[in-house]
Design a protein around this ligand. Sequence first.
Ligand code: ADP
Length: 245
Amino acid sequence: MLQGIGFVLDNSARKELEQRKDHFLGMASHELKTPITSLKLQTQLLRKQLAKQDIHNVDTALSRMESQLNTVIRLVEELLDLSKIQAGKLEYAQETVNLGDVLQEVVEIVQQTQTTHTIAVEHAGHPPFLVGDKARLGQMLLNLISNAIKYSPEADRVEVDIKTSEEVVTLSVRDYGISIPREQREKIFERFYRAVAPHQRAFPGLGMGLYIVSEIVKHHRGTITVESERGKGSTFHVTLPRKSP
Ligand code: ADP
């Protein structure tokens, strides 16, 4: 009996802790995002002013700061998304989206900072129009492409294919990187899960990206799968229906 009560208390305490953690994540990300965003704007302004006077070194330092700030902002945004997903409060727009245009924008943004890999895009079939949330679909593409680059440090190419039929848009992001062991291919879509083996070189990350990607895909009533061959790399396949329910 006593044991039973202990168990109940234990369970509700754990639940409360879980709730507190989710609440904390939401608060912490909000608190961080405002000052960091303002810092970034001020850095940009300062860099532009200084560039006019051609003070090269200051410009370089400020560019680095800006890039670090971008990393922090992305991290905080992911924390915020995670907390919203937990609370069932992630909001989605419903608009007509040309996924090809979104992909083009994402590729341009990535290639501005990542010059180690060429991102090759191929289209087939109809124009890739669908109904969904443009910004979230962009976030999905950015995550998959950033991962493809991050987890293929020895490669110089990432391939993205979009195929569009009457019914669905199928997107494939292929890399020639470290690949994913079979037993981990399901788990990588879970919250905070990281498959990177300890002996491999350090890949930074917190294991939030693919969880958020799979939530976005789920919201659009799509599916996401991964194919991977040891030593040859990985391909993530996303299939999204084109018609709204
Ligand atoms: P993060 O990259 O921050 O760890 P993700 O949720 O994006 O988080 O990915 C979860 C895990 O899946 C990663 O830690 C990595 O082990 C694995 N992974 C994701 N994408 C790839 C890829 N393209 N190639 C190899 N492993 C990958």
